[in-house]
Design a protein around this ligand. Structure first.
Ligand code: ZN
Length: 165
């Protein structure tokens, strides 16, 4: 596995629609492993294939309960509403306020092309719809309420601490 370079906003690939996956080839298997590693390395809760330059309908999500692999995911139910802070690994150091459904059900395939259903509330629901939006070429910055603001991540604080010692 390897850490891949994350494309940032302004890169045209982030505005393109992804193609469905028909079979998991060794290359896609490697991609999925790399995406999980890249997401964890960047302290993100989700990553979509176009963010590492691949226009295929694959996303990974991990809100702290272990990685979920989503191949060809589709939202099949969405209800409720949550308004809160959202960020994106492709918009580093920034966040904004976005309203999302508070509960979603997603149908997808896993890395073995088996059908799965993932149900999520709050952060998991937000991460699922955010990543599925990426597969359609959409970014949260298109629906942000107000301006983006700067954020500091915990990891940066830790680094600051170690420098101070
Ligand atoms: Zn994102």
């Amino acid at each position: 596995m390897a850490i891949r370079q994350i494309r940032v906003e302004g890169d045209e690939i982030l505005t393109k629609k992804c193609r469905d996956v028909k079979e998991i080839t060794p290359r896609l298997e490697e991609l999925i492993g790399d995406m999980i590693e890249t997401m964890h390395d960047a302290d993100g809760v989700g990553l979509a294939a176009p963010q590492v330059g691949v226009l295929r309908r694959i996303a990974v999500v991990d809100v702290g309960e272990g990685p979920i692999i989503l191949v060809n995911p589709e939202v099949i139910e969405a209800d409720g509403e949550q308004t809160g802070q959202e960020g994106c690994l492709s918009v580093p150091g920034k966040a904004g306020i976005v309203t999302r459904p508070n509960h979603v059900k997603v149908k997808a395939l896993n890395e073995k092309m088996e059908e799965i259903e993932v149900e999520g509330e709050e952060l998991l629901a937000r991460a699922l719809v955010h990543e599925i939006d990426h597969l359609q070429g959409h970014m949260y910055t298109e629906i942000v309420e107000g301006d983006l603001f700067e954020v500091r991540y915990a990891e940066e604080d830790e680094e600051d601490d170690s420098e101070a010692k």
